[in-house]
Design a protein around this ligand. Structure first.
Ligand SMILES: Nc1ncnc2c1ncn2[C@@H]1O[C@H](COP(=O)(O)OP(=O)(O)O)[C@@H](O)[C@H]1O
Ligand SMILES: [Mg+2]
Length: 310
């Protein structure tokens, strides 16, 4: 059998373009060149070429985050072009990208999520109303972003005002959540029909960061990541079950990674990433590695899952 003709899609025009290009380069490096004939596509410049070459492609790996890559739109294009791709389809991608809708779905599935207010510019509550509803501090986030872009923590009315302005600069809906002071973990899920919960990764941003913000995420050494997370076996099992429940409730496919905060014994689901970061040292690959799946194997598995083989 010849090589699998694989489209490696990275770049795009979301705020996470640079992250995507960096991951794309690492994925290229790790892919087995004996198995794959790799062609690169950057949606910023290469969408027409993707359409033209669709008939000569066997599968696609989407290594993009945020809008235009992780939100279902590219998934829809690939569906129309009949190119199999890894991970969630249109609806689950779009739902997971929307922190307002996904929270409702988590709660319906019996998961606990931080209490929140969600509003557009015109409906913005006063700082007093926010404090009365949620207490302070709170976390402010755009409803449709990722990578902590536009996310801030506010403990004063002043920082509330500036945080809301920063979030509204990126999105027309904003969520304000109660701040959960606790341990942050993230849980990968892998599989199509038989779902495997990967070992959890515990995230400890350096003291200079108030939470896992953009810099804490991508500046090497800015955060300590411990895998498996230092939780009791019982709590580990419960958090892994939350990751699987979130994955299933949103209707994800192939893989996902759910971010959680744990306070005392309570697990709060923050969000689910349908295209988690994919450098060799990213969180999902760390969990996979702890489960005995190294980075090149993980890429093979994702491609096989895309083709419906596993
Ligand atoms: N309610 C919360 N309480 C405490 N920390 C939070 C809360 N929500 C978000 N955070 C922090 O902000 C980071 C980014 O939030 P998250 O909801 O995961 O959005 P993103 O899509 O930007 O990753 C989290 O990794 C966590 O460190
Ligand atoms: Mg997150």
């Amino acid at each position: 059998m010849g090589k699998l003709r694989l489209a490696l899609i990275a770049g795009g025009k979301s705020s996470e373009r640079e992250v995507s290009l960096k991951s794309g380069a690492q994925v290229h490096k790790a892919l087995n060149k004996d198995k794959y004939d790799i062609r690169h596509f950057d949606p910023l410049t290469d969408l027409e070429r993707l359409v033209r070459e669709a008939k000569d492609l066997d599968a696609a790996l989407i290594i993009m985050h945020g809008r235009g890559g992780e939100d279902g739109s590219l998934q829809g294009l690939l569906d129309l072009l009949e190119i199999p791709y890894q991970g969630s389809r249109i609806l689950a991608s779009a739902l997971a990208m929307n922190k307002e809708l996904s929270k409702t779905i988590y709660q319906q599935a019996g998961l606990k999520a931080p209490r929140a207010l969600v509003f557009d510019r015109r409906g913005t509550p006063s700082p007093q109303e926010i404090e009365a509803a949620l207490g302070l501090p709170v976390v402010i986030k755009p409803v449709h972003e990722g990578s902590s872009i536009g996310v801030s923590k506010a403990g004063t009315f002043e920082s509330l005002e500036s945080g809301l302005a920063a979030a509204f600069a990126l999105d027309d809906r904003v969520m304000v959540e109660e701040f959960i002071q606790g341990t942050e973990v993230t849980g990968g899920v892998l599989g199509n029909t038989r779902l495997q919960a990967l070992p959890l990764v515990e995230i400890i941003p350096a003291k200079t960061y108030q939470f896992f913000d953009f810099e804490a995420k991508y500046q090497p050494g800015a955060s300590e990541e411990i895998c498996p997370a230092r939780l009791s076996p019982e709590l580990t099992k419960r958090a892994q079950e939350c990751a699987i429940t979130a994955h299933q409730a949103l209707g994800c496919r192939g893989y996902s990674r759910t971010d959680m905060m744990i306070r005392d014994q309570e697990i709060f689901v923050l969000e689910t990433n349908t295209i988690p970061g994919m450098t060799a040292t990213s969180l999902f690959p760390q969990g996979a590695k702890a489960a005995g799946i190294d980075f090149p194997d993980l890429l093979d598995t994702l491609i096989n899952l895309a083709l419906g083989k596993e």
